[in-house]
Design a protein around this ligand. Structure first.
Ligand code: AMP
Ligand code: ZN
Length: 468
């Protein structure tokens, strides 16, 4: 399996640190609002990476944080006259609802920055003790040039960075020894959440959060660290500097970054008024359509969100769902049970589609080509399955389409099982209709249930039902 590694700027063969296991950390959102569809891209992409690794038999320990203390959260809380904690709690709950709608699996662990402050203080103290960090008026800075490999992820030249950095210095940061240095801990301002520390009452910088949470839940070394490409610099570069300086080991073997999502060929931004939340999209589309849309491009290619592409995604997903529905329908009426000789040969042929799917995913998770393989399989099913097919053949095709789609997190088996209590209620309604000699309604109910695969039998003991 090949994975593109931002560190080497190459596709590399994936070799886990420990056989059969993968430790993966994905930087999660800052929770001050509903997540937007740009945030949804890394969620869907790296959930799919996880699912494929699991399909390959790896035991994946997947950690993804919520940044629940940050300027934007504090600002929102002040605007609303509430606490930062209330704001972040609310939007974590909303984010989890959106994730469920997109069929993004919950992480093995979703740590919260505010619950990991002790670990952050400990790591910062170690960095100070080892000369990698220094304190100025209560603020702790990381001494970037002290870490010899600073710049190795973003492939940046430190002198260029330094001249750029000087121009960008924020008020109060002119006390830094070097403009490349970044904040590990900062003093509180009036009305802000704060924690006691050896340096001042204050709060952590953003980068130290991930270094600490990754260490605590996955250990000093991990296999994959991931996020959107805007995180390469400075966030991930700084995470590497902190973790490798503190732990003395290579932090992550593979660094994966998704490209950005634009809207109608523009950068998504509040000022352009083209900002869309996942919640807004869910009012118009099943979020499975959004997932399909995200996976219809390679994760390292920029992706443009447009009404046309969403419609195309809706149709694409529908094509798979319909094929599965047809197979189930045929299954309900199939006359023979076991595979015939020619069906055995046909099933052999489906192996080529599975191989195509896997080859696409092995090539740095090319989900666009993987979807193309599912489409080929769907076409094959549509042309070879018919009323003469055996149950075993139909079932095998159905299971295969559902299984491959599930690796992409796409739910294509739509037929919801009607609940027993709903069936009983309809039967009671049918009995009442018959009593009133409303045979039309009674027949309607019988066919309605039949459509859902429920067969009614009128017996002397009353009406009995069974699933087809
Ligand atoms: P944030 O809450 O800004 O830290 O973002 C959470 C995640 O969403 C990060 O991995 C970002 O890189 C990613 N992200 C933000 N905006 C976009 C976008 N427009 N397209 C793709 N990824 C994005
Ligand atoms: Zn992070």
């Amino acid at each position: 399996m090949k994975v593109y590694n931002t560190l080497s700027k190459k596709k590399e063969e994936f070799v886990p640190l420990e056989e059969g296991k993968v430790k993966m950390y994905v930087c999660g959102p800052t929770v001050y609002n509903y997540i937007h569809i740009g945030n949804a891209r890394p969620m869907i992409v790296f959930d799919t990476v996880r699912r494929y690794l699991e399909y390959k038999g790896f035991d994946v320990n997947f950690v993804s944080n919520f940044t629940d203390v940050d300027d934007k959260i504090i600002k929102k809380a002040q605007e609303e006259g509430t606490s930062a904690e209330e704001v972040s709690k609310r939007f974590i709950a909303e984010c989890k609802k959106d994730m469920a709608g997109m069929n993004v699996k919950p992480a093995t662990k979703h740590p919260l920055a505010t619950e990991e402050i002790d670990g952050m203080i400990e790591m910062i103290q170690k960095l100070i003790d080892d000369g990698y960090a220094y304190v100025k008026n209560g603020t702790v800075y990381f001494r970037a040039r002290r870490f010899k490999e600073y710049g190795k992820l973003s492939h940046k030249n430190l002198d260029d960075l330094q001249s750029g950095g000087r121009a960008l210095l924020v008020t109060g940061e002119d006390e830094k020894e070097d403009s490349l240095d970044f904040v590990l801990w900062k003093p509180k301002k009036e009305g802000e959440p704060a924690w006691e520390s050896p340096w001042c009452e204050g709060r952590p910088g953003w980068h130290i959060e991930c270094s600490v949470m990754s260490k605590k839940y996955l250990g000093d070394q991990i296999d994959i660290h991931a996020g959107g490409e805007d995180l390469v610099f400075p966030h991930h570069e700084n995470e590497i500097a902190q973790s490798e300086a503190a732990n003395g080991k290579e932090f992550s073997k593979y660094w994966m970054h998704n490209a950005f999502l634009n809207i109608d060929n523009h950068k998504m931004s509040k000022s352009l008024g083209n900002f869309r939340t996942v919640r807004e999209i869910s009012e118009q589309y099943d979020l499975q359509v959004l997932r399909f849309f995200m996976l219809s491009a390679h994760y390292r290619s920029p992706l443009n969100f447009s009404a046309e592409l969403m419609e195309a995604s809706k149709n694409g997903l529908e094509r798979i769902v319909t094929a599965v529905g047809n197979l189930k329908h045929l299954l309900g009426t199939a006359q023979t049970e076991t595979l015939r000789e020619e069906e055995k040969e046909l099933l052999e042929k489906t192996k080529a589609y599975v191989a195509g799917f896997e080859a696409a995913m092995e090539d740095d998770f090319n989900t666009a080509d993987a979807i193309a393989s599912i489409f080929e399989l769907v076409k094959f099913a549509n042309t070879t399955a018919n009323a003469e097919s055996s149950k075993e053949y139909l079932q095998s095709l159905q299971e295969l389409i559902v299984k491959l789609s599930d690796v992409l997190g796409l739910i294509v088996d739509k037929e919801e099982e009607i609940l027993a209590e709903d069936i009983e209620a309809l039967i009671a309604e049918r009995q009442a209709a018959r009593k009133e000699k409303n045979f039309r309604r009674a027949d309607e109910i019988r066919s309605e249930l039949l459509e859902k695969g429920i067969i009614l039998e009128d017996t002397r003991e009353g009406v009995k039902w069974r699933r087809a």
